[in-house]
Ligand binder design. Sequence first.
Ligand SMILES: Nc1ncnc2c1ncn2[C@@H]1O[C@H](COP(=O)(O)OP(=O)(O)OP(=O)(O)O)[C@@H](O)[C@H]1O
Length: 260
Amino acid sequence: MSLLSIENVWKSYGEVQILERLKLKVDEGEFVSMVGASGCGKTTLLKMILGSETPTRGQILLNNQPIAAEPDEQRGIVFQKYSVFPHLSVLQNVMIADEFSAARFLGRTFGKKKRAIKDKAMTFIQAVGLSHAVDKYPHQLSGGMQQRLAIAQALMKSPKILLLDEPFGALDPGIRKDMHQLIRKVWKENKLTIFMVTHDIQEGFELGSRLWVFDKVRQDLQAPHAYGACVTYDIQLQNQSTQQVSEIIAKKYTKEVINI
Ligand SMILES: Nc1ncnc2c1ncn2[C@@H]1O[C@H](COP(=O)(O)OP(=O)(O)OP(=O)(O)O)[C@@H](O)[C@H]1O
């Protein structure tokens, strides 16, 4: 049984068709890189997997059950824009979600409970390489460090699925390389299933175990919003060179685009 099953999903906003005919199955432990032109609906699909958007047609099943219509702890997300709390230190940022669920009204825990949360937070802070910065505040951190913090925050909830929306898009190339190593380690160690939107196709090849290319195969020049994008290429990545994958994709594109 697949972990996630996308069953003939269509998504529109008003008259505008964004996505159509998505039929995809994903097993536990896969790392899906998602690439495609700006505005073709990659983030929209991430949001539907997260549960913050719902399909207009079709359904998404997680472990054979319809996905909850709101985010839950099985799915964590890291955005390109750092989503950490500016007024909390690194340690507090990582602890906060667990503190809230342990003490719903005060949002603070004490004694043994607090120690347990702190120990758990420190494990993830160490895993993302921020042990030296536990007492720092986000404005004292570099962009890469803030993304490490956002990843530690997401991992605190032990998600099964990690959704990454251009997580490294704002980082310098050198720092991106470090972050690639980190995300690979986090993926393996936590047995995660990852969906990552990226504009950097090379990054998609390097990190992913599978690549989804989004594009519109049906186009009506008189009604540009009538058709949505679908996954025009779904490729298992097994150390092919960038050129080999690009050639396969190029061939597929020229075959399938239909002008209506
Ligand atoms: N809540 C919304 N209401 C109306 N339109 C929306 C909404 N959210 C997204 N859209 C539109 O849906 C389309 C797809 O957006 P989405 O962010 O999924 O694209 P994307 O492929 O992730 O783009 P990018 O690569 O630029 O981030 C865009 O045209 C966007 O304007």
